[in-house]
Design a protein around this ligand. Structure first.
Ligand SMILES: CC(C)(COP(=O)(O)OP(=O)(O)OC[C@H]1O[C@@H](n2cnc3c(N)ncnc32)[C@H](O)[C@@H]1OP(=O)(O)O)[C@@H](O)C(=O)NCCC(=O)NCCS
Ligand SMILES: CC(=O)OP(=O)(O)O
Length: 325
């Protein structure tokens, strides 16, 4: 069964409460209505009073909600380190991304999903500032759950993790190693697979020499030291993904040719790479899913469809399950 159908089935069991801050967008309202009708989740939409919402969906307007005072207090607590003034707090909670993140922080919703309208920077910043990092997490990064089309010649319908395609712009070797570990854990939690992690480069096993290749080689060494999963690099994408090319370019590798977690060396490669796989390769791309946060808060591409949002609701639901053991 497709990993996305499996995730939707899992979501139906828990029917978590998820807040969608961009209730002014028709794709978001469509996905909210379908999520409720199909029993995937309970949904609160944030939008101005009077916005028409699908049956069963709760509407909340941050500008008029009776919770405004409590939310301003929650904002002051969340950002205490930065010492905002009460006036700044009232202004901040007028931003639906901030309001939704506060709902998650305060336990009023299990997760939030934005980004259909807002940029990734704005969406992620609200999550970083209000939800914050999970205890012990080295950083917050992101991944896309990529599902290959059924027509794919070698891995029809396969689920893959692509990281980081959305958040960390130019990771250091240490950060790249941490992204590999976070992504392996996400692959286990979401796809239930044994992670086979490929650290991608324009070089395979010394075929090219450059400081950018050295960064990946260093990340491989750091990540491998504590990995309880298969990890190899540096590998070009074809060597990581294609069994024949993997056998010829990286013979003996436990990952080459069978990678299911692909770690890109920087955000240029990751963001461009996932969009090529989606728009030319026909893969379904669900993300950016954030990893390393204290509670689930996820982003979308502004090019997303209502179906993508529905799938992100299912992914967020699985993260809520994972967070509660
Ligand atoms: C995510 C992003 C906005 C963070 O940028 P930033 O300039 O560090 O943002 P801020 O300074 O407002 O940081 C907010 C907080 O998060 C922290 N932070 C930033 N990046 C972090 C990360 N990867 N992990 C953990 N914390 C992080 C900051 O230290 C800061 O903490 P503080 O406010 O408590 O001091 C930035 O990395 C970015 O724009 N990434 C690219 C997004 C993008 O355009 N993607 C392409 C399309 S998907
Ligand atoms: C993830 C991403 O690229 O987001 P957007 O398309 O909104 O820039």
């Amino acid at each position: 069964m497709s990993p996305l159908l499996t995730l939707r089935d899992r979501a139906r069991v828990a029917r978590h409460h998820i807040v969608l801050p961009e209730g002014t967008d028709p794709r978001v309202r469509d996905a909210a209505g379908r999520a409720v009708a199909e029993g995937l989740a309970r949904i609160t939409l944030l939008a101005p009073e009077g916005t028409p919402v699908p049956p069963g969906v709760t509407l909340e307007d941050p500008k008029t909600s009776p919770r405004r005072n409590a939310m301003a207090e929650a904002f002051l607590a969340a950002r205490a380190r930065r010492k905002p003034t009460p006036v700044q707090a009232v202004e901040a909670i007028g931003d639906p991304l901030v309001w939704a993140a506060l709902m998650v922080r305060e336990g009023l919703a299990g997760g939030t999903i934005g980004g259909a309208i807002h940029t990734t920077s704005d969406t992620v910043r609200a999550a970083l500032q209000i939800v914050g990092m999970a205890e012990g997490a080295p950083l917050v990064s992101s991944f896309f759950l990529m599902v290959l089309p059924e027509s794919h010649p070698t891995r029809p319908g396969a689920g893959l993790i692509f990281s980081d395609c959305g958040l960390v712009i130019d990771p250091s070797p240490e950060e790249l190693a941490a992204i590999a570990h976070q992504s392996a854990a996400s692959a286990r939690a979401l796809l239930g697979v044994d992670p086979k992690v490929a650290m991608l480069s324009f070089s395979t096993k010394g075929s090219a020499h450059h400081m950018r290749v050295n960064k990946v080689i260093e990340a491989v060494e750091i990540a491998r030291a504590t990995a309880d999963f298969a990890l190899d690099g540096e590998l070009q994408f074809d060597a990581a993904f294609d069994a024949g090319v993997g056998a010829s370019k990286a013979p003996g590798s436990a990952v080459a040719g069978q990678a299911n977690v692909l770690i890109f060396p920087d955000l240029d490669a990751g963001n461009i790479g996932y969009k090529i796989a989606q728009r030319i390769g026909g893969a379904t791309a669900i993300g950016p899913v954030l990893q390393g946060l204290a509670q689930p808060a996820n982003d979308l591409s502004r090019g997303c469809t209502a179906d993508d949002i529905l799938d992100m609701i299912a992914v967020t639901s699985a993260q809520i399950d994972a967070a509660h053991g």
